[in-house]
Design a binder for this molecule. Structure first.
Ligand code: NAP
Length: 299
């Protein structure tokens, strides 16, 4: 396959590029504001220019792990949230379709209201936040012509060091404590496994909505403790607080998370590894950071 990854500088995008290359595919990745070697600059908000660029790539498949991913930022700037998470991917999905390329976008369990998670693909969305509503709108607009992969609480080694595991490690090292919501539950998903599943799904030309998430349903505090222990940090500084006390900008689905019946039905190759195996892999990757992995405490 010839693949384009819009957002190759991001967490999932970086892993997509790595997995695609390892599996013998040709892959071109883009960045918007954070350049890495080998990536091409592309700002999806420049609609005509980015569509022209994409058409010229003559790709078989376009992955779109991009957009405005800061949930509280979306709540403060709904216009930007809709533009980045609906209009821009739709613009590039249309450009992809014009050259016969398949389009793969990434959505979230925040399309659900969190009353009864973890959720299957057949459960009815009811987003609580601006971010969740934009993602749900994009899912519906892309429809069954595209593959929309929903995931949640993505963690693991990455090049920008933004995900929760890095935030936790830095907070524990620098401040000795981190307040975590005690009433938010989900299914933490290991970035390298999410990317691997996405590439396998692309190879099989799967379309529609597919949940890709880790197998355990657990609370944020329990997840934070598991990460701290994996990194050899004192989990004693992890403090549980109710979401209502934390003043997060956007409402969160409290019992969120994703079940993965469609993925599981595709066979053992698609299995998402358990948390303990992923944490062991995370430690191995951190021991040899290299180009793809930022050390936990790098500034
Ligand atoms: N992380 C999670 O826990 C999680 C959970 C559920 C769903 N998702 C979804 O999965 C996808 C990937 O998430 P992630 O955590 O990998 O995100 P991320 O690390 O924040 O990466 C986002 C990527 O989008 C790029 N980007 C931002 N604005 C852009 C623009 N105007 N034009 C082109 N590219 C732009 C960024 O480029 P620069 O960094 O170079 O600016 C970056 O490469 C997103 O759609 C997100 O909503 C993530």
């Amino acid at each position: 396959m010839r693949a384009v990854v819009i957002g190759g500088s991001g967490q999932i995008g970086g892993w997509l590029l790595r997995v695609l290359t390892e599996r013998g595919h040709e892959a071109v990745g883009t960045y918007s504001t954070v350049p890495f070697d080998g990536l091409v600059p592309l700002d999806a908000s420049h609609l005509a220019e980015s569509a022209n660029w994409l058409r010229a790539q003559a790709a078989d498949v376009v992955f779109y792990p991009a957009g405005f991913t800061w949930v509280d930022g979306c709540e403060r700037d709904p216009a930007r949230a809709r533009s980045a998470n609906v209009e821009q991917p739709l613009n590039l999905a249309r450009a992809a379709a014009e050259t016969g390329a398949r389009f793969i976008s990434f959505s979230t369990d925040y399309v659900f209201d969190g009353k009864a998670g973890p959720y299957a693909e057949t459960d009815a969305p009811n987003p609580l936040s601006v971010y969740g509503r934009a993602k749900h709108e994009a899912e519906r607009a892309l429809g069954d012509a595209a593959l929309t992969l929903r995931t949640t609480w993505v963690y693991g080694p990455e090049r920008q060091g933004k995900n929760f595991a890095y935030q936790l490690a830095r907070a524990l090292r620098e401040k000795g404590e981190l307040a975590c919501p005690s009433d938010q539950f989900s299914t933490p998903s290991y970035g390298p496994d999410v990317a691997r599943a996405a590439v396998l799904l692309a190879e099989r030309k799967v379309k529609g909505i597919v949940h890709v998430a880790g197998p355990e349903f657990l609370g944020r505090v329990e997840f934070a403790r598991a990460l701290a222990e994996a990194f050899g940090l004192d989990p004693g500084g992890i403090v549980g607080r109710r979401t209502a006390e934390l003043g997060q900008g956007a409402p969160r689905p409290l019992r969120g998370g994703l079940r993965t019946p469609r993925l599981d039905a595709l066979g053992p190759e698609f299995r998402m590894r358990p948390l303990a195996d992923c944490l062991a892999d995370f430690r191995v990757q951190l021991a040899e950071p290299g180009d793809w992995v930022r050390p936990l405490f790098a500034k």
